[in-house]
Design a protein around this ligand. Sequence first.
Ligand code: TXA
Ligand code: MG
Length: 333
Amino acid sequence: MPNNGASKPGEKLKQGRIAPANAEWIAEAGQMIRSGALVAFPTETVYGLGADATNGEAVARVFEAKGRPTFNPLIVHVLGLEQALIIGQFSPVARRLTEAFWPGPLTLVVPRSDTSDVSDLVSAGLPTVALRAPEHPVARALLVEAQRPLAAPSANRSGHVSATQAQHVAADLGEKAAVILDAGPTPHGMESTVLSVVGDTPTLLRPGAITVEAIEEVLGEHLARGDETSSTPASPGQLESHYAPRAKMRLNAFEWGPDDAVLAFGPVAEAPARAFINLSPSGDLVEAAAHLFAALRTLDASGAATIVATPIPKHGLGEAINDRLKRAAAPRD
Ligand code: TXA
Ligand code: MG
């Protein structure tokens, strides 16, 4: 993969601080985490901006680097259930979900445990904590080297399009990470699914890389949505305009002008446009999710004032894709 950095930790990193995710750099990055620095790293979903979750100052730096409001809590990344149990309390159904989907792109919001040594800042004042065990080998190797749980939001400017390539991280966060570990484009390209398992009823807070259908198969019942149960607060990060490019977005449209940028899906005929990307000409939602955020960044870079998106089916990964597009199109302040 292209990177503009040094191949060994002794060599100086160029601007952007991109380094190959090899064993030497991962060991160096683990050391950086322990000393309180921020490290951007790949996961199977999107790149994360990681800090030692037990170090309040390091966690505060994550909010500052992203320009993220401190009422929006962070996900804590761990190697698996054993490490997660020190931080959160897992009900039988929560354990069943970890058995089915960990390591992998499922984040569980659970009550904090008394033994938790994670900074209170991570939870933004909530009595709960979001935990996930990533499956990307670089994320796992970094967790091993750091010997700490990693608080890591997506490595983009707050409210902007998520980063699925190291270059996206460099463009959004510049020198705010001590190093950006580059392992190429992230495989899913879509954030983890966030489920609350605080009460008796698991509740979907954010659709993501694991489909609702797959979760319902494990639960053996219908999965409640955040807005269906009044007892569960929606995910704080899901309330605002989010995933937003600079251009305005127009959704579910089949018509555009030559100055518009177009985000297409399926067998859509290509008409003149300033820029045109088809997420999956064959109509494959997995392929579309993997390309979504990079496509939004490329279309935005065309300079078009408006990005027009053609309809995307709502089932499977389409739920998460439509959620991101809806927020990208939401009014901004
Ligand atoms: O795939 C992912 O989940 C990526 C990679 C890096 O792991 N991370 C990610 O983090 O998307 P972030 O910070 O961009 O989104 C985390 C979401 C936000 O919507 C936040 O509000 C929610 O999880 N969240 C975190 N802690 C929570 C809590 N205690 N209660 C409810 N929602 C929580
Ligand atoms: Mg995010």
